[in-house]
Design a binder for this molecule. Structure first.
Ligand SMILES: Cc1cc2nc3c(=O)[nH]c(=O)nc-3n(C[C@H](O)[C@H](O)[C@H](O)COP(=O)(O)OP(=O)(O)OC[C@H]3O[C@@H](n4cnc5c(N)ncnc54)[C@H](O)[C@@H]3O)c2cc1C
Length: 311
């Protein structure tokens, strides 16, 4: 339990207003507005920081009031539960979406969209980020998840990250080695540090090659993935030696639904919100898919989608 009295809540909000513009501090905000699944109950507070210093200040105020903090990027890899999120959600979006470059090094605020960073790099004739053009996350979320597609992974191009660590509250610079990237994994899944700025070291390339790669990846994505429907991308991690989508399809689950949640007709690796899905529908469907795939093939599927909030 936190903020047990109205006075404590007022004190929390008053202190936040000393570091965050009131327009970037939302109360009882439906998370369905902030997730690509279009699912999720309200967050008690949603905070949109515009600098690493603001992030550090917000964390310190939350800690002193005993308010739990949840971090969100573009909400493209999360399922927020139906009762929402208690405490504060700190969302990295366009208020922290700056992108600049210094030679072959691109520097982006954690809230910059991966697509924008990829197109920015292309406009500087820098190659290495073409794979990211259709991934609908923020660059901070991409580092946290070690996002990848086709021939690339963010781990191949990240040279450093600046983060705020909740214990200590100071800015810390992580080298590539310290980030300890793995398959859909990074050190930020195992420590209490929040990615605020990402540095990417790319290579100079031929503009026409870069554009061609980006167009190729975009059309492959459009042909294969249900990008026209709300989802959180691939529901499950790739089980060693298999493809989750193929197993799910072979188990006869393409199009299978529970409430508004459906195994995509286009790509069985995606669960989509076919209309009015609740988080409970999605969780029930995830469980049923896991059960049937395990019964049929003896393979355990583990969600890639991260589950946040209260059910
Ligand atoms: C249609 C579609 C296609 C997709 N295709 C791909 C694909 O090809 N490859 C792929 O890898 N993924 C794919 N995804 C999944 C998703 O886009 C990526 O995982 C992306 O990197 C998530 O970024 P995000 O900003 O949306 O993170 P969120 O979903 O907001 O958050 C994901 C996790 O990261 C944490 N987080 C976010 N930002 C930060 C930060 N600044 N500091 C610390 N922690 C943070 C959150 O707490 C949460 O646990 C797809 C999703 C969709 C909807």
């Amino acid at each position: 339990m936190y903020l047990q009295t109205i006075k404590a809540e007022k004190s929390f909000l008053n202190q936040l207003e000393t570091v965050i513009d009131r327009r970037r501090l939302l109360v009882d905000e439906p998370m369905s507005r902030h997730t690509t699944f279009r699912i999720g109950g309200p967050a008690d507070y949603l905070i949109l920081p515009s600098s690493a210093e603001e992030v550090a200040a917000v964390l310190s105020i939350a800690r002193s009031h005993g308010v739990p903090v949840t971090i969100l990027g573009n909400g493209s890899n999360v399922l927020v539960l139906d009762n929402g999120v208690r405490g504060a959600v700190v969302k990295f979006g366009e208020t922290m979406g700056y992108i600049r470059h210094d030679g072959d090094v691109v520097i982006a605020g954690a809230g910059a969209s991966l697509g924008d960073v990829s197109r920015f790099a292309a406009s500087c004739e820098l190659t290495g980020l073409e794979f990211a053009v259709g991934i609908p996350g923020s660059i901070g979320g991409a580092v946290f998840m070690n996002a990848g597609a086709y021939d690339g992974e963010i781990s191949n191009v990240v040279s450093a990250v600046t983060a705020v660590c909740q214990s200590g509250g100071k800015l810390k610079r992580f080298t590539r080695e310290e980030i300890r990237f793995g398959y859909r994994d990074s050190v930020f899944q195992h420590n209490d540090c929040i990615v605020c700025e990402v540095e990417l070291t790319l290579k100079y390339g031929e503009n026409s090659d870069i554009q061609q790669k980006m167009e190729d990846y975009t059309s492959r994505r459009e042909a294969k993935q249900p990008i026209e429907m709300p989802s959180a991308g691939s529901t499950f991690k790739r089980p060693p030696g298999y493809f989750a989508g193929t197993l799910i399809e072979q188990a006869g689950l393409k199009g299978f639904n529970i409430g508004g949640a459906q195994v995509s007709e286009k790509h069985a690796g995606f669960i989509v919100n076919a209309g009015g899905a609740t988080a409970a529908d999605v969780l029930a469907l995830i469980g049923e898919v896991q059960r049937r795939v395990h019964a049929e093939f003896g393979v355990k599927l583990h969600p890639e989608v991260r589950i946040i909030g209260e059910g």
